[in-house]
Design a protein around this ligand. Structure first.
Ligand code: ADP
Length: 517
């Protein structure tokens, strides 16, 4: 039953800061495991301490130089055709044990994610299988397998298939967090077959989903967590359910929503050493030095009165980059535009979107900067220097950029969806507003929201500042969310105890019956 001193949590992810980060999942996997360890030690919800361990693929571009790395295991993962060698390594990052899985499908891949979806599918199913093998090699039994998105969902499925026959995993329960439902792992079918994970048949899943990693994980996870309460509801609708809405509705007793938190140690405008000037809500006037610095860095007119808008994002259709480009064009072309503005977009992604952003700079070189790159330092300088952050996402499971922006006194203008609705309050709905929301996913609706924000910015600096301060004072730290995850872990452990007890009762009943025969 439960190890008296530790509850073992195996936290699996495709990326985690500071080792490697592409987007918000990297932020989350980089901070939640640590937060769980800290919060877990300070509450007595659980009968023992949490021993959370993070496992990542040993991606070619991963940064491990800050910590001593040791090889801890060498073994093979079987496929139906051949065996693949695995070398596993370990490091300890400020108290958090981290395992790195190496092997040819990971080493030969160009990056964390690639456009070769089939190769990505194989890589992540291999990673998932190798992780399950690794904990066996280490004889470290997870009480909870915590997987994230399609990349690690096949581990949940594999666990469920093997648990009844495998004493090592008999007590392991699973939790699967959905960060981005539409990424189902559509090209994982042949990889699942190669690793001898059969498709699900005659289940509540739609037939087409029965051989994709994420749906299979959702089918078999003991608990499913969406990354905001809003998104947990949205995934059960036709608009956001990616075809799984009916299935998810039927499993709704297993689905909950927990908002991602922010690592406020890492994202702290008072301490951030790449800023021109550090600031807090109590000395917000100091922030203006960051705006001047940013304008200067970008080669834009250094002028505190001009509203400076920004986007920091993966340039994908999900993020509404096209809506932002069109609405800026609309505003910049409009003779009615109350005042000129400046804007900067930082991001990389789909070539047509990158191109649209580059064209905007070509057409408005005095007003607009296209930074088509991944640059964390610049992102911090933008959060600290820009006045407004645009997030016109078509859907947004949680979103971290808006939280970082608010924390840095940059006011979000965002589409009312998923985690954006859960974290931003609009002046039309609340006296404690922290940003501007709009509903239809159109450039016109975004342009109206931008105009509302610019009007407040230029006509009522006091109210603007009050809104900035409210945003900065919102508690986005992990504490609350980590606690909610711990409650879910407790539920899993309670269910497990009940399950084990009922097996024990059945066994005792059976023995008693035999004695009376
Ligand atoms: P998603 O996970 O969908 O990409 P989030 O808003 O949850 O979106 O998280 C995005 C994270 O990635 C934030 O930390 C943001 O600052 C960062 N980010 C995105 N694009 C870039 C970029 N080009 N340069 C630096 N940081 C970026």
């Amino acid at each position: 039953m439960i190890n008296p001193s530790k509850i073992n949590v195996l936290y699996m992810a495709s990326e985690a800061d500071p080792f490697i980060k592409i987007g918000g999942l990297g932020d989350v996997a980089g901070s939640l495991p640590r937060a769980l360890r800290t919060v877990g030690a300070s509450v007595n919800l659980l009968p023992a301490d949490l021993d959370v361990r993070l496992v990542l693929p040993f991606h070619p571009g991963i940064h491990t130089d800050l910590y001593p790395l040791v090889q801890i295991a060498e073994f093979k993962v079987h496929t139906i055709r051949n065996d693949i060698s695995v070398k596993a390594y370990a490091l300890e990052a400020d108290g958090l044990p981290v395992y790195l899985i190496g092997g040819s499908p990971i080493e030969q891949a160009p990056g964390v994610y690639s456009s070769n979806l089939e190769a990505d599918g194989f890589k992540y199913v291999f990673f998932s299988q190798a992780t399950l093998n690794l904990v066996k090699e280490l004889n470290w039994k997870p009480d909870i397998l915590h997987a994230n998105d399609w990349h690690t969902a096949s581990a949940v499925y594999s666990l469920a298939l093997n648990r009844p026959m495998d004493p090592f995993f008999r007590q392991t329960t699973s939790l699967l967090t959905i960060h981005n439902l539409p990424y189902l792992g559509a090209m994982t079918s042949s990889a699942l077959e190669a690793f001898d994970l059969p498709p699900a048949e005659n289940t509540s899943l739609p037939v087409w989903a029965g051989h994709m990693a994420l749906p299979l994980g959702l089918l078999t996870a003991d608990i499913i967590v969406a990354v905001s309460k809003g998104y947990a509801k949205e995934i059960m609708t036709d608009e956001f359910g990616s075809g799984l809405q009916t299935f998810l509705k039927a499993r709704s007793n297993k689905v909950t929503g927990i908002l991602n938190g922010l690592d406020t140690g890492k994202w702290d405008p008072a301490m951030d050493d790449v800023l021109a000037a550090n600031f807090t809500a109590a000395n917000l006037q100091t922030r203006s030095a960051n705006k001047a610095f940013l304008q200067n860095e970008l080669g834009l007119e250094s002028n505190p009165i001009l509203p400076l808008l920004a986007m920091v994002t993966r340039m994908e259709p999900q993020k509404g980059v096209d809506l932002a480009v069109d609405s800026l064009r609309m505003i910049l072309q409009s003779a009615l535009s109350a005042q000129p503005l400046q804007a900067v977009f930082l991001g990389t992604g789909a070539p047509p979107l990158e191109q649209a952003v580059r064209l905007l700079e070509q057409d408005y070189p005095v007003r607009f900067r296209a930074c088509i790159t991944y640059n964390e330092k610049l992102s911090r300088q933008i959060y600290a220097g820009a006045d407004m952050l645009l997030m016109p996402s078509r859907y947004e499971p949680c979103g971290l950029s808006q939280m970082i922006a608010m924390h840095y006194g940059c006011i979000p203008i965002a589409r009312a969806t998923g985690g954006l609705s859960d974290t931003i309050q609009d002046p039309n709905d609340s006296e404690e507003s922290t940003g501007f929301l709009f509903k239809p996913a159109t450039s016109e609706a975004l342009a109206v929201a931008i105009q509302r924000a610019m009007t407040l910015f230029s006509s009522d600096p006091k109210s603007w500042q009050a809104m900035q301060i409210r945003g900065m004072q919102r508690d986005f730290s992990w504490d609350r969310s980590a606690l909610e995850y711990i409650k879910q872990y407790k539920l899993l452990l309670d269910k497990r105890t009940n399950r084990m007890m009922s097996i024990e009762n059945m066994y005792n009943g059976y023995q008693a019956k035999r004695r009376h025969l």
